[in-house]
Design a protein around this ligand. Structure first.
Ligand SMILES: [Zn+2]
Length: 341
């Protein structure tokens, strides 16, 4: 990790070369296959994201504080989505909750809490899994005001639900991905990444050695000050920390599909914000699982009652969610799993 700055220079030179020659993948080079994959991606729509987020980040959910009644409403809402879409749980039939006892939260929560998990089993290598994460909790009510957390992380939560629907649409069209895809909504993030830590350290439902990558979505619905005049962007953090192959795959997928301006401003080891350590992918990365953290940067409404759903740019949210779907699709369908460096 200490050589990160040198690695970054090498990566950028490699990728200028690879952009021109790579197709979306060795398995997806056929045009008709690619167009089918974009049909699945096109089930991710700004309209559905908006409808879900106006509920998920409404006052009814009381800021979704870990262990509180609003967070319980949040997990019911997420579970209902998977039940309605016939996307099963890997725990037992109809039990989508990975229970975490209150004692695990080191005094920071007053009640038990739960992660929500669903999956689509792969066709050829079902034991190998790609895990996509978003945290379901937020910071609750402070000084009598509800913190709705529309961007943090309502945006990632509804994006993950839509990505799951896209994989389900593929399955219904007879196009099950080779590897399994796991949709993991984690609790306790705002208290200190507890839900993802519980999953990775205490109870990995899928063995970590066969967990080939983690894509973590935390705040992807807004535009920060650095991009006010160039908003077609997304920050990626961690993509090249463990696997250059993951980084190159991610770049190639973006170039072949949505063509966002991928910004690595916060990716350096010396980033004073330490974002690499501040969201749930870290609990996978520390186990040597190649990970990408997708992030729109901070804004004035971060962790304030003003982080509300009408401030989300739903068209950007749609495009960013599509990028993550395409990247997950490629990870789940390429011939070989991405290699650690
Ligand atoms: Zn967050």
């Amino acid at each position: 990790m200490k050589k990160l700055l040198i690695i970054l220079v090498i990566v950028s030179s490699i990728c200028f070369g690879c952009k021109k020659t790579s197709n979306i993948s060795e398995s997806e080079s056929d045009d008709s296959l690619s167009s089918r994959v974009s049909q699945y991606a096109n089930t991710i729509t700004a309209k559905e994201l908006k409808e879900m987020l106006f509920t998920y980040a409404s006052d009814e959910f009381q800021g979704r504080k870990t262990g509180e009644p609003g967070q319980k409403k949040a997990v019911s809402f997420i579970k209902e989505h998977y039940v309605t879409n016939h996307i099963p749980s890997p725990i037992t039939e109809n039990d989508y909750f990975q229970e975490i006892p209150v004692s695990y939260f080191e005094g920071k929560a007053d009640s038990d809490s739960e992660n929500v998990i669903a999956y689509i089993k792969g066709s050829e290598k079902p034991e190998e899994v790609v895990i996509i994460t978003a945290h379901l909790d937020h910071i609750g009510i402070k000084d009598g005001e509800i913190n709705n957390g529309a961007d943090d992380d309502g945006s990632g939560t509804v994006a993950l639900m839509e990505i799951a629907e896209a994989f389900k649409a593929a399955k219904e069209a007879g196009h099950v991905s080779k590897r399994s895809i796991v949709f993991l909504h984690v609790t306790g993030e705002e208290l200190g990444l507890f839900g993802s830590r519980y999953y990775a350290d205490e109870d990995p439902i899928f063995p970590l050695e066969n967990t080939i990558a983690n894509l973590n979505i935390d705040m992807i619905g807004r535009v920060d000050k650095r991009h006010e005049n160039k908003p077609n962007y997304l920050y990626l953090i961690g993509s090249d920390w463990l696997s250059l192959e993951l980084h190159q795959l991610s770049e190639t997928v973006n170039d072949s599909t949505v063509k966002l301006d991928l910004d690595y401003f916060y990716n350096g080891e010396r980033d004073p914000n330490m974002f690499y350590y501040r969201s749930d992918h870290y609990n996978f990365a520390k186990h040597d699982i190649p990970s990408i953290f997708y992030f729109n940067g901070l804004h004035d409404d971060y962790h304030k009652p003003t982080d509300t759903p009408e401030k989300i740019n739903y068209s950007f949210l749609e495009t960013r969610a599509k990028l993550i779907f395409y990247t997950a699709w490629e990870l789940a369908n390429r011939k070989n799993r991405v290699q650690l460096d």
